[in-house]
Design a protein around this ligand. Sequence first.
Ligand code: AMP
Length: 279
Amino acid sequence: MLVAKNNTELFNALAAARLHGNTIGFIPTMGALHQGHLSLIAESQKTCNITVCSIFVNPTQFNDKQDLEKYPRTADADLKLLSAANCYVVYLPSVDDIYPADWICPEFNFENLDKVMEGAHRPGHFKGMSQVVHRLLWLVQPNKIFMGQKDFQQQTIVKKMLEILKWKTELVCCPIIREADGLAMSSRNVRLNKEERQQALAISQVLFQLKKERFSSPNIFCKWAISELEKQSLIKVEYVEIVDTTTLQPAKNWNDAKNLVACIDAKVGKVRLIDNVLM
Ligand code: AMP
C-alpha cells in the first residue's frame, strides 16, 4: 500500500497507475475506520483496478467545535485495516494540501437539498462537506466515488455537485453496514458509554418498525418514532423525517414519491448519530 502524505506523493502514485490505463475508485473518509468504510473499499475493488482512500478530518464541516475536537483519530489502526484490505493508495493530506491559500472554493447552488434535515440542524455543514469533496475529487480525479447510504443527504448532495460540474465521475451509493444488533456502524459509536450504546439501539429499531407495521401516514410514523426515542432518557431527537429520495422534501402521504427514505438524527448523550432506511 502506498501512503501519500501530501499532494506530490498522491500525484506520483496516481500518475504511475494511470500510465497503465487503470480505473480509479475513490473513498473519502474521516478515519476511525470500521467495517462500513471497508465495505466501500471492497465495492470499489469489484469494478476499479486502483482504490484510493483518503483520511482527512475536515474542519470546515464541523459547526460544533467540541465535535471536531472529540472526533476519534486512530491513524495507526486505520493504516493496518487499509493495508489488510489491499487498498492501493491511502492519502493523508494536511489542511494546507486541501486548502492552499490560492485555492478558490466554489459555492454551489444545491437548491433545497442542503437546507433540510442535517442542513437545517448543522449550519455550514454541507458547505464544508461539498468544498472538501470537490477538492478531493479534483486532486484524485477518480472514475468512481464510493459513498455510504448511511449519510444519505451527503451522497445526494455530492451527486448533485457532480451534475452541476458536469464531471464524469460516477457516484456509487453503498448500503449501510450495521452491528449485529442493528446499530448503524459509525466512527462516533466508540464515544458511547455502555448505557448510551444500549439506548442508541432504539434508533435502528424504530426505523426497522417501518418494515413491520403499517403506519397510516409518514407524519404518524414520525410522531410515533419521536415518542419512542424520547422514552430513552439519554436520547434527544434532532429530527425524524420521511422524504423523497431525490428532492429530500418531506412526504405527506406514502405515495407522494416513487422512493422514500426515513431519516433520523438524534443525540445520544453528547454523541450525534444518524441512520436511515430506504422504503
Ligand atoms: P466518514 O468517515 O464518517 O466521513 O464516512 C466516510 C464514508 O463512509 C461515507 O461515504 C459514509 O457514508 C460511509 N459510511 C460511514 N458509515 C457507514 C456504514 N455504517 N455503512 C456504510 N458506509 C458507511
